[in-house]
Ligand binder design. Sequence first.
Ligand SMILES: Nc1ncnc2c1ncn2[C@@H]1O[C@H](COP(=O)(O)OP(=O)(O)O)[C@@H](O)[C@H]1O
Ligand SMILES: [Mg+2]
Length: 282
Amino acid sequence: MRGTKAPPLLELRDVCVRFGFVEALKSVSLRIGRQEVVALVGDNGAGKSTLVKVIAGFLQPGFGHIYLDGEEVAIPSIRAADRLGIASVFQGQEFCDNLDVASNLFLGKEVNTGGVRDDDVMNSRARQVLKTLSSAIRVGSPISSLSVGQRQTVAIARTLLNDPKLILLDEPTSSLSVMQTAEVLSYIKRLRSEGRSIVMVCHDLPDVFAVADRIVVVRQGRITGVHRTVETSYEEIIAEIAGVATEHEYEEIAEDPKYERMVQQNKLIDRTMSAALEGDGY
Ligand SMILES: Nc1ncnc2c1ncn2[C@@H]1O[C@H](COP(=O)(O)OP(=O)(O)O)[C@@H](O)[C@H]1O
Ligand SMILES: [Mg+2]
């Protein structure tokens, strides 16, 4: 409607999740736009996976509202999420090693024609979704013959079977090599260019800065910052993850072993940037 702002693709309002005495999410509100990549960052135990699981239909919030396209929805199960156009990849979602790629893609969602398992339909659909990501994987190969990176590709391809609007990825690049990571990041960009939105949990700030449109910092069950990637910096994000003020305390956390890796990555990028800016001084 003219003059009326379209509602976001997904909105969470005041979502609370509790595990016994642990308040994993404390009144979390978040909007996900169309065709955007949102990265969730934060310390271990901050509540990132819990947040993703609520959207995925894995976990039911104790309190709160979820709106999809402006309509309040309940997401009581993965299947319900699937019907709403929400698909997810979690760590530790296992494959059946003795089955081929196509069978793994359709695990639990086998296509039947006239009561009979229809391998032709599944194979051609499997080929179609895999082709959009990677040409190197054959649908007839046993899963056990694939590399870790190729398995991640299959896991992402699996989310595409129902043509979802929103894809949730929990640590999609952890345990991948540099090359494999670059490949997964390029898939994420491709999915966005097809009009989908992606919410990804990610530890590695270079990956986050490479693909995310917005960065959401989760700390102790709350969202403590939402930034457009182009308007923020490593320092700001690291300081927010650690819960310190940027200017004064950043130097202190730079020595904390917990944040050492992030700070090192930041320095490395600074060095590369200034080398690039200095140009060919050699
Ligand atoms: N199934 C569960 N049972 C009990 N506590 C849980 C469960 N899942 C997560 N938690 C707790 O909730 C908090 C948030 O966890 P999580 O969302 O996994 O954090 P993150 O993904 O940011 O590392 C942590 O304190 C964690 O121990
Ligand atoms: Mg997690």
